[in-house]
Design a protein around this ligand. Structure first.
Ligand code: ZN
Length: 400
């Protein structure tokens, strides 16, 4: 399963290669892959066609592309103060972007009329989902890493832009991409992933089946949508855009550890308020998002904290060390994972090159702890496993 660093690698690639493009058409080859979209494949196509992809944003393992209204339908009264616009320069590493002015077909240029996006294309990659950009003119200057999002099967897939991967589920036809990208393909062998178009809502908004959101859904001319009102918060909702809104299904998901707007001290307090085992809190997406089973074990080993330690008995310094370690492990994976993105999916179980090379405890039962040499132990944990060193990470009485 793609973990947060892999999803960030994809986000960064989309940011550089397809942001700015207009969706010309949509082909859905497998309905199941848009099952989370209200209204089915036809509605999915209708809501995407003609829209512009204005950013690539991530929170935890959720990835979304806010959609600009088709400029021809924008009511001039909805014009947004330019100062409140999403500032593209705030995106990650602007120096690596392709200069749009040099490559965009002038006929496809979007008019300067813009509102806050009211909806977004939401992607969840599930176990095996990939977003592949085809037809982009990528130069070697961009170096290794996210550009690898281009080629799912190096040496073969890029031979023809029109080539269809055997597991192609959805294809977006693009025009006007700064990179020249022609298609954004959603490829998903095991079909646990999904795409949908979702309303953008303020952080923490109630779920879509709540009375409040139903009332809102029944009155959705653009001028009434929450997206065009003054947002409740001006804090960016995810990594990759200044937009303070996020897709409805992500509204209850907590910020992740790589989010520059994460309030770490607040997170430490919330972790210690829980009455549970520390690893369960790490995996709780409503407390902190994007930490999977593997990174949780690696972080706890680095922090020398046993997975079953009760949160209320952890010192502030312990919690901070666990969270710092988790962020550190993910940053290292991000740095390495970018160079071998294709390999992430060679094994459908999602064991990436990074994992093979760099894991300290995960999957190493009865192998020597890399710090003290004691044999690593495996315990059953929530239908999965927890790996730990019995010496570096002494078990609490409750787990013995
Ligand atoms: Zn050890």
């Amino acid at each position: 399963m793609p973990e947060l660093p892999e999803v960030e690698t994809v986000r960064d690639g989309l940011d550089r290669l397809v942001v700015g493009a207009v969706v010309r058409d949509v082909e859905v080859f497998r309905e199941y892959s848009v099952r989370r979209h209200d209204g089915g494949p036809d509605s999915f196509r209708d809501q995407l066609a003609g829209r512009r992809l204005v950013a690539a944003v991530r929170r935890g393992k959720f990835l979304w592309l806010p959609l600009a209204e088709p400029s021809s339908q924008v009511d001039p009264s909805l014009r947004v103060d330019p100062s409140s616009r999403v500032d593209p320069s705030s995106r990650v590493d602007p120096s690596s972007r392709v200069d749009p002015s040099s490559q965009v077909d002038p006929s496809s240029r979007v008019e300067p009329v813009e509102t806050h996006p009211a909806a977004a294309l939401l992607a969840h990659l599930g176990m095996s989902g990939q977003l592949l950009v085809r037809g982009a003119k990528v130069t070697g200057e961009q170096g290794p890493g996210p550009s690898a999002v281009l080629a799912d099967e190096p040496g073969r897939a890029t031979a023809a832009d029109d080539w269809r991967h055997p597991h192609l589920r959805v294809r977006l036809h693009l025009t006007g991409a700064p990179s020249g990208a022609r298609y954004l393909d959603f490829v998903d062998q095991r079909t646990f992933g999904h795409l949908s178009v979702q309303d953008l809502v303020p952080d923490g908004a109630p779920p879509s089946n709540s009375p409040a959101s139903k009332a809102r859904a029944s009155t959705t001319p653009p001028s009434n949508s929450p997206a065009t009102k003054a947002p409740a918060s001006t804090v960016p909702a995810g990594y990759g855009s200044d937009l303070p809104l996020l897709p409805q299904p992500v509204a209850h998901i907590a910020r992740d550890l790589l989010d520059p707007n994460l309030d770490l001290e607040d997170l430490v307090r919330r972790v210690r308020r829980r009455r549970t085992q520390v690893k369960r809190v790490l995996l709780d997406q409503t407390v902190v998002s994007g930490v999977g089973n593997i990174y949780a074990d690696e972080a706890l080993w680095r922090a020398k904290v046993h997975w079953a330690r009760p949160t209320e008995k952890l010192r502030v310094a312990d919690v901070r060390r666990v969270l710092d370690s988790a962020a550190e492990v993910m940053r290292e994976a991000l740095a390495q994972g970018g160079t071998s993105f294709d390999e992430l999916y060679v094994n459908v179980n999602g064991q990436s090159g990074y994992f093979d090379r760099s894991l300290a405890v995960y999957g190493r039962e009865n192998e020597e702890c890399r710090r003290c040499g004691t044999l690593v132990r495996r315990d059953a944990f929530m239908n999965r496993s927890s790996f730990s060193c019995p010496v570096c990470q002494p078990a609490p009485r409750s787990a013995k």
